[in-house]
Design a protein around this ligand. Sequence first.
Ligand code: GAP
Length: 447
Amino acid sequence: MEDLVSLCKRRGFIYQTNEIYGGIQGLYDYGPLGVELKNNIKQSWWSSIVYERDDVEGLDSSILTNPLVLKYSGHEQTFSDPLVDCRACKSRWRNDHLDNSKCPSCGSTDLTDPRPFNLMFKTNIGPLEDGGSFAYLRPETAQQTFTNFKNVLDSTSRKLPFGIAQMGKAFRNEVTPRNFIFRVRELEQMELEFFVEPGSDEKWHQFWVDERLNWWSKQGINKDMLELYTVPKKDLAHYSKSTIDIMYKFPHGVEELEGIANRTDFDLGSHTKNQLDLNIDATVMSNSDSNAKLAIQDKSTSKWKIPYVIEPAAGVERGFLAILNDAYKTELLDGGKERVVLSLKPHLAPIKAAVIPLKRNNEDLVKQAFMLKSKLQQLKAGRVLVENSGNIGKSYRRHDEVGTPMCITIDFQTLEDKTVTVRDRDTMEQIRIPLEGIETYFQECLN
Ligand code: GAP
């Protein structure tokens, strides 16, 4: 983990938030390369879930959430961790993260009894700070998707099965954020709520477990690093009939990367009006505030029913960490030197190509490099940059370390015969190709 954290800071992937004032625990900022990698992960998820399927719509809802939403969803009552205080050193811990009931800070066993600590952040709405008008920062994107169920249905006329996908920020006041970006207080989620006929839910649950495993492996994660974990009944979230977690062998241990839950008709059943007319299977709180019927009418029988929901829910930060961890390699080179290489899949690489003029002070070489950069940039495959350091060896090392799939060198021969040298990140092989074929070559490499 230390190597990854150091690379992230040094090369501009991740910085601690407000570091110049001492930082805030559990919050991170994404630097010039981090923002590219993060956006590429999200874009890849969105493409596979929304664009490449014909049964999913997208949504982007607000973060500030009406407390009623989180009352009926059960979050006000149950979204909490068991908290203990150490009487000796006054530190606070999650009870379920302690080894042998000892304070991880001072080793004392003089701890308070565990008590529930709600993880939701609250803020005031409007100019008064009397607590009368507040909102929660959403703890998951899912609830805003459920409350928009009727809106999306009315505007798209979807039939079951269909899904609504959403990616965006969620906030959790974690008691002990830790392990770099693994457990943070401000996170991003990529969540699909897939609505299905009751009775077909178990089949769809398995379908989405398989789909999601495949997707992670297409992002470059070795299948050996992934495991499935069926959450025992006693540990299931209040809304879940069954949950299968995709676990990843993170540097600090095997932990959840994504959860795929069968949420039954719990959520739509909790937020709908006319609950008593709808034969809801899940146990839900009686709702006297909702003004929408969150159900679907069966045209043949005219009966209303509430769909079941299968929810693949992944965290962007955990995906980022897993992808980075899997891509990070050190290799021994001829001559005993070591190189660090990030073998990221090209579609995720923060920089798609670096164009390197052999000499930084040569006007013709530099001009040619910028012309080529501009040509490749117009293909809209992602960021291409000119690396004008004048030191080819160092430029190669730097781009190996940040995962740039190809480096293109402009040298004096380029000016004469319009050819360039292309170096492959993984094999380090160099080939000479004509400038006029470079766009096709670049696109083929990225695909
Ligand atoms: N809507 C369901 C839901 O939110 P979850 O298991 O609590 O389920 C889904 O969260 C995913 O979000 C997790 O698998 C994890 O990848 C990510 N996640 C949850 N809490 C996190 C945290 N504090 N820091 C980073 N990622 C987190």
